[in-house]
Design a binder for this molecule. Structure first.
Ligand SMILES: Nc1nc2c(c(=O)[nH]1)N[C@H]1C(S)=C(S)[C@@H](COP(=O)(O)OP(=O)(O)OC[C@H]3O[C@@H](n4cnc5c(=O)[nH]c(N)nc54)[C@H](O)[C@@H]3O)O[C@H]1N2
Ligand SMILES: Nc1nc2c(c(=O)[nH]1)N[C@H]1C(S)=C(S)[C@@H](COP(=O)(O)OP(=O)(O)OC[C@H]3O[C@@H](n4cnc5c(=O)[nH]c(N)nc54)[C@H](O)[C@@H]3O)O[C@H]1N2
Ligand code: SF4
Ligand SMILES: [Mo]
Length: 709
């Protein structure tokens, strides 16, 4: 190698001073530095990744963050647009790709009307892109059909928070309050594997004497730090929370002053709880009544306490109600609005919070405004420079969009930031539907399972390469600066939307030069809404290292601890929830086991990104089912052998992993693999009636070894 080449390499050495992990909702900050450049034929480049101090992860990184850069440099990155010719995806120019999209969209809309085109977004997109995607669907395409993967993630908790508190912000308290809680209930959340850098907050709480209660059908790494572990039967959380409330009422541990001053609906609830039989409830949840009592009394007696829920409680056909039953517990004990107290919906994706605020949802306009409210429509229409009547109405939820596609009611789909053919429930229908589309466009960094089905694939920049804001699980808005030039022909997501809009002749509302300009429009659009970003600017974000919303003005400091004095409903009160939840019990002789599913530490969601990181991929190379030794014996399954798991909806094949850690009526399968190993071949399509969350976490199945005879 010549001296000049060496110098050039030294000069181009990559140093990213500050970026954010592309994975979970903690949004850990880090720096990435190239230590040694690759030498032809000898070695890969070496990188030093370091966690940077920040208020959420305090400089910590988990194994995913430490290895995230490997996906950025993966040789599998898409560098050019692809178009399908004679059945094959082949490279093409941006102009051809975008012109083809515009032409086909116009043809289809001319024939079938504007709603024949759908848009499907994601919670990894920056606030700027998520906001623009909502505007793009309503203004450039004029379609009502837009929804996003967060429907499968945050919809139950978000709708419950809105109903009970009048606002949905994942955590109602700053992370730094966790060590100040005397009792913490973690229901259906596996923080140790899913937000690992937060675990030290809980350990600190324990050192301060806190009691930790975990509710999970499995002995997870999170349950390992628990003082009490309620190994609930999947799908029975609502009833379990009710039973705990009944114990608290009977033990006279209700905070009457708080209930009186700050809530509504308690009397009716108390009346209704009179009918609940504790023994029956405990039997149905399959948790010993004594354990339920201990947990409830501990929570009721504590001066300060928190409840956090995540997908275990929420991804149920009664997910919305199940969260609300836990919120009853928070309210009855007065544990909200003061230090060391509160409720936390542990948000999932990197921008799972911001992504659910600014218009990617079927019924939503920016700033948590409603697309069905005349005032909200008029305001947003004025910001967008269109007539309110021109804005379409409410569409349908993510899975229901797939049903519309299957019925060919929707004939074209743009997917940006999701891999729906792996992550939807009942994926057989989803794949069949996507194959029927006249036009499927997928914008991604990689050829995901969904991109493989596309007619046009658009290559996008990765987290290190674009600028934008993301809102972490606390509701803190963070700026992720660009750290590296866009490689190949990749473009930022928002640039793609602007270019398609221009090709469609709708360029005037889409002539942004940089992400910051979009953010400034978002600030105005969110102004006066529940998620008010008006007072947040890039300048402030740089100076203050993040700002909490709501932040209505430049002088406003943002609110870490919510509801100190009032809740967000017009009467200022939080609302108790009535009604009973029947839970779920669909097992039968044919399908005798309960299939639940979730995450493991090294992989992220459908694995498209983490499998491109060799250090992560190598930790778990294939999918598995965790099952109890008794279940294994009953079904004659040996450890490590291939098994077939079948529900009424479909079958998948994985390797067995026999463990004492799981209930003997339950199977647990990670969600990170597609194809024949995809757990979503067997999940059921039933949706929660309120929030349209699928009942991912419970399906009745049978299991059998896959042996060649
Ligand atoms: N390593 C890793 N981290 C991630 C992600 C990832 O893919 N990988 N994804 C991110 C995203 S988008 C999300 S949404 C979050 C998800 O974070 P979590 O919700 O914490 O993750 P899950 O593993 O889906 O489910 C949590 C727990 O619910 C339990 N569970 C299953 N059924 C039930 C039930 O009926 N009741 C109760 N109480 N518990 C039940 C499971 O055993 C599991 O331990 O994680 C984020 N962080
Ligand atoms: N059975 C079961 N199914 C589940 C769940 C479960 O617990 N159990 N969890 C549900 C939950 S909580 C979630 S959040 C969903 C997630 O489901 P998906 O959205 O399908 O998950 P990802 O793997 O994150 O897919 C994101 C895709 O977008 C790409 N991508 C990442 N960042 C960007 C970006 O900035 N721009 C663009 N254009 N593309 C990008 C990635 O490469 C990847 O291909 O899965 C849901 N499905
Ligand atoms: S995956 Fe989550 S906890 Fe791990 S480094 Fe990334 S943001 Fe932090
Ligand atoms: Mo999620």
């Amino acid at each position: 190698m010549s001296g000049t080449a060496d110098t050039e390499q030294a000069l181009s050495k990559l140093v990213v001073k500050e970026t954010q992990c592309p994975y979970c909702s903690v949004q850990c900050k880090m720096s990435v530095e190239e230590l040694a450049a690759p030498v032809a034929g000898q070695r890969r480049a070496e990188y030093a990744v370091q966690g940077l101090p920040n208020k959420a992860s305090q400089g910590r990184l988990c194994v995913k963050g430490l290895n995230a850069h490997q996906q950025v440099f993966s040789s599998e990155r898409l560098m050019q647009p692809l178009i399908r010719r004679q059945g094959e995806l082949q490279p093409c120019s941006w102009d051809e790709a975008l012109q083809t999209i515009a032409d086909r969209v116009q043809q289809l809309q001319h024939t079938y009307g504007p709603d024949t085109v759908g848009v499907y977004g994601g919670g990894s997109l920056t606030n700027e892109t998520a906001y623009l995607l909502g505007k793009f669907a309503r203004v450039a395409l004029g379609t009502k059909y837009i929804d996003y993967n967060g429907r499968f993630c945050m919809s139950a908790a978000a709708s419950a928070g809105s109903k009970v508190f009048g606002i949905d912000r994942g955590l109602t308290f700053p992370l730094s309050d966790i060590p100040k809680a005397e009792c913490i209930i973690l229901a259906g959340t596996n923080i140790a594997e899913c937000q690992p850098t937060l675990l030290p907050y809980f350990n600190e709480a324990k050192e301060n004497g806190a009691l930790i209660i975990v509710i999970d059908p499995r002995k997870t790494a999170t349950a390992a730090i628990a003082d009490l572990h309620l190994q609930v039967k999947p799908g029975m959380d609502a009833l379990l929370a009710d039973a705990m409330l009944k114990v608290i009422m009977e033990a006279d541990l209700v905070d009457s002053a708080f209930v009186k001053q700050r809530t509504s609906g308690y009397e009716q609830l108390a009346q209704q709880m009179g009918n609940l039989q504790l023994e029956q409830a405990a039997t149905a949840c399959e948790v010993e009544l004594d354990m339920i009592r201990q947990a409830a009394i501990a929570f009721g007696n504590a001066q300060t306490g928190m409840i956090m829920t995540a997908r275990g409680v929420e991804q149920q056909t009664d997910g919305h109600m199940a969260v609300r039953r836990f919120l009853n517990l928070v309210l009855a004990t007065g544990k909200i609005g003061r230090t060391g107290c509160g409720y936390g919906a542990v948000t999932g994706q990197g921008n799972g919070q911001g992504g659910r605020e600014h218009g990617q949802k079927a019924d939503q306009l920016p700033g948590y405004r409603s697309i069905e409210n005349a005032e909200d429509r008029a305001y947003i229409a004025s910001v967008w420079g269109v007539e309110p009547e021109a804005l379409p109405g409410k569409g349908v939820s993510a899975y229901e969009m797939m049903e519309r596609i299957h019925e060919q009611h929707i004939r074209a789909l743009l997917v940006m930031g999701s891999n729906p053919v792996v992550s939807n429930p009942n994926v057989r229908l989803v794949e069949e539907g996507l194959r029927k589309l006249d036009l499927l466009v997928v914008a991604d960094m990689f050829l995901s399972e969904t991109a493989r089905l596309a007619d046009i694939v658009l290559p996008v920049t990765a987290y290190m390469e674009n600028e934008g804001t993301l809102t972490n699980l606390e509701g803190r808005v963070l700026l992720r600066e660009q750290g590296r030039a866009a490689p190949g022909e990749t473009l930022d997501d928002w640039v793609i939307l602007c270019r398609i809009a221009t090709k469609l002749g709708k360029g005037s509302g889409f002539d942004f030069d940089k992400a910051e300009d979009i953010f400034n429009e978002l600030r105005v659009a969110s102004r006066g809404g529940k998620a008010d970003y008006y007072g947040i600017t890039y300048e402030r974000l740089r100076k203050e290292q993040g700002v909490y919303w709501p932040c209505p003005s430049a002088e406003h400091q943002g609110e870490g601890l919510l509801f100190r004095e009032r809740f967000a409903h017009t009467d200022g009160k939080a609302a108790f929830t009535l009604g009973s939840s029947l839970g779920w019990d669909d097992v039968s002789d044919e399908y005798p086991l309960i299939l639940t599913n979730g995450r493991i530490l090294p992989h992220y969601l459908t694995g498209v990104q983490t499998r491109r990181s060799p250090a992560l991929s190598a930790r778990e190379v294939e999918n598995f089912v965790e099952l109890h030794p008794a279940t294994a014996a009953r079904h004659r399954i040996r450890d490590g052998e291939w098994v077939e798991i079948t529900s009424a909806y479909g079958t998948f094949t994985v390797r067995s992993r026999i463990r004492e850690s799981i209930r003997n009526d339950t199977l647990f399968v990670p969600m990170h693999w597609g194809g024949i190993q995809n757990v979503n071949r067997a999940t059921r399509p039933e949706l929660d009636p309120v929030c349209r969350m699928p009942g991912f976490k419970t399906a009745a199945v049978r299991i059998q070894p896959l042996r060649l005879v």
